[in-house]
Write a protein that binds this ligand. Sequence first.
Ligand SMILES: Cc1ncc(COP(=O)(O)O)c(C=O)c1O
Length: 405
Amino acid sequence: MKHFKGTSEKRHHLAVLGNAPMFDITVPITSPTIPPVENIMRSYKKIFKSGMLTNFKYVEAFEESVKNYTGAKYAVATNSCMNGMMLILKILGLKGEIIMPSFTFHATAHAAAWNGLELVFVDCDPETYNIDPVKVEAAITKKTSAILGVHLFGNPADIESLEKIAKKHGLKLIFDAAHGFGTIYHGKKIGSFGNAESFSLSPTKLLTSGEGGMVTTNDADLAKKLRTGRNYGDPGNYDSEFSGFNARMSELHAALGIESIKALEKNVVRRNKMVELYKKFLSKIPGISFQKIESGNRSSYKDFSIYIDESAFGLSRDHVCEALGKENIITKKYFYPPVHVQKAFQFYPKRDTGLKITCMVSENSLSLPLFSHIPEKTIKKICNAVLALHEHADEVKKSLSKNFM
Ligand SMILES: Cc1ncc(COP(=O)(O)O)c(C=O)c1O
């Protein structure tokens, strides 16, 4: 059995063929890179002393640091990305149809469904995996009120094309920027595009506050209403102006966010380096390709996804996922199944416009472990495991089907 040059890895005998797993301790798909607990404790002591546990100075300071990082004029902290999106759609007063990708995490669609909108799923680009602007324009009807783009896995959507389409047809443009802290589009950090962008701060993201979200926008009126909306629609005088809900961020979450954002840039750079390392080895294996990042853009690499062409690699994505699992390597089939076939949307008013590429990408993609502090050695070992699977594809397939019966 071969192994990649430059990796000190010894010959490996695959666990799926009855040998010991490559890793004694499970390699997670992701792991939050968080600051030392002592740094947070200093802030927590102050918060506890003040008795102000939510929506106060730390939240304001965190919003300020996100404004500085993204360059957006306004940042409004929420308790999740999805709640941020729900509020944006509600405040923009959207009705009728909203166009979005199906190759995304289902929260994108849930935010629109909770607003009573009719979901129109359009296909993604086969290389960038982001929503295809040509398909978006073709799907517009008299009922369309908005486009909801996603920066998938941290790869920025084709913002310029989407902005042109939105302007031409008088549509709102919103971005699900859940994966987007650290993403750069045409040399500029995302956060100021479209009407608003909603980021996630949950623990699988590059920047986390435990749970949480952040909406960024250049629209002063929208920002003001978002602040009211995250407080049940109450501007502070108990005379609620519209039906919002509780989407506030606590001071404790904000304190973690403030400490974590200090290392964000360093972490994005390191992730990009680790992805280069993955690509250096994996690109030598037949049947493996990668999400395309257009030049001038930077992915945050919230996820690193490989596309597996079964006929060239010798094994399907599902086989690879299962066999790597036996090596104690956790991988994820992001995003499978695509949203338009999920149970929640089976009987929901929706229109799909031919989602061939979405299905193909969804059925053949696999996210490999990636986190900001992942050791290089771990990546090299994972690459060796993938190479070994390719070289022993027939035996692996037989072994997996035997266990299946
Ligand atoms: C594309 C996308 N949108 C929305 C969300 C929801 O984020 P949150 O859990 O902060 O609401 C996620 C979560 O991972 C996501 O991947």
